[in-house]
Design a protein around this ligand. Structure first.
Ligand code: AMP
Ligand code: ZN
Length: 113
């Protein structure tokens, strides 16, 4: 999707500080971090949101979780971390390409705002 910000990061049109990459997934540092560690884990395939993911996408979604777990270990988030998948308008999603926020390096509050 040419007009999708994260697709443009995948294709290299927009630069990002990469944390992990393989054939189907990419992780990069959030440009406006909300915690000492704030990485976004995305599929290279354009999927607009978790709500838009099809049955055929869930192998990939599971892989993204695996990447997040691996990054949390690599980034030494041994005291814990949080994964967030904002979905849709009320979910606070601002970029319409599925992404998992990996947040860590501080204690998280609950409930989220
Ligand atoms: P969400 O609000 O859940 O859709 O998350 C979108 C995230 O993308 C926000 O945390 C933004 O700070 C982040 N973001 C927007 N543009 C960029 C960019 N060019 N590089 C890295 N992160 C970005
Ligand atoms: Zn996209």
């Amino acid at each position: 999707m040419e007009d999708c910000l994260f697709c443009r990061i995948v294709s290299g049109g927009i630069p990002a500080k990469k944390a992990y990459e393989d054939e189907t997934a990419l992780a990069f540092y959030d440009i406006d971090p909300k915690a000492p560690v704030h990485v976004l884990v995305i599929p290279k395939k354009h999927i607009a949101s978790l709500a838009a993911a099809g049955e055929e996408d869930f192998g990939l979604v599971t892989h993204l979780m695996r990447v997040a777990q691996r990054l949390a270990k690599e980034l030494k988030l041994d005291n814990g971390f949080r994964l967030v998948v904002n979905t849709g308008r009320e979910g606070g999603q601002t970029v319409a390409h599925l992404h998992i926020h990996l947040l860590g390096g501080r204690a998280m509050g609950w409930p989220p705002g």
